[in-house]
Design a protein around this ligand. Sequence first.
Ligand code: CDP
Length: 228
Amino acid sequence: MTDRAHMVIAIDGPAASGKSSTSQWVADRLRYRHVDSGSLYRAVTAAMLRTGQPADRWTAAQMLAAGARVTLRPELTAFVALIDGKDATEEIRGSAVTAHVSQVAQVPEIRAWVNARVREAAESHDVVVDGRDMGTAVFPDAPLKIFLVADSWERARRRLTQRLGRGPTEAEVAEETDLLVQRDGRDATQTVQAKDAVLLDTTYLTQAEQVERIVALAHAVSHRPDET
Ligand code: CDP
């Protein structure tokens, strides 16, 4: 075990693999707080888009200045990303942000800034953190690491159902699958499964089933006798 004061469950995986919703549900069940690292990359991207500058001219310094406008507000079982002190949840999920976020996430200074915010959030509370590299770059000593995967067609179908509030057509799923696979390609370097992560393929699992598996693993880890 580690000398960390608070428990960390790290959940990583590719785009739309269900990390955020699963992490929130697990956090609600365990009374932990969910930290969505993707929401920080998204909030920096939204703050940059607000400046109106063309994305191909964005510099690391400008992105860091955008980051200075982003904070995490603690709630009962979550942290909410704010821009200039205001909830930006809807804006950061929009297609413009999704199209540009991988560019921002490539910048080492921004990765360091996000990682510092996530570590800070984990200092004061038990957390479920989700992203691409939480179990490798940010919390290599996390007692429980999960790597969530799902078939890309199924990921696209779920994401669209969530966004549209109805069952999508085949053509819509095909188009969304293309976008997801392209983003997976842009994020490939930082999407890393830790050697000690539990691989969970959710293609044929319901959300409730995947949450139950992770909660059971969390109970097993927290009841394990201290090895030190
Ligand atoms: O929810 P979804 O899977 O669409 O993505 P997200 O978790 O909201 O992350 C949005 C973007 O942030 C990703 O496409 C990555 O470019 C970036 N990201 C990252 O590089 N590292 C993380 N730990 C989390 C997100």
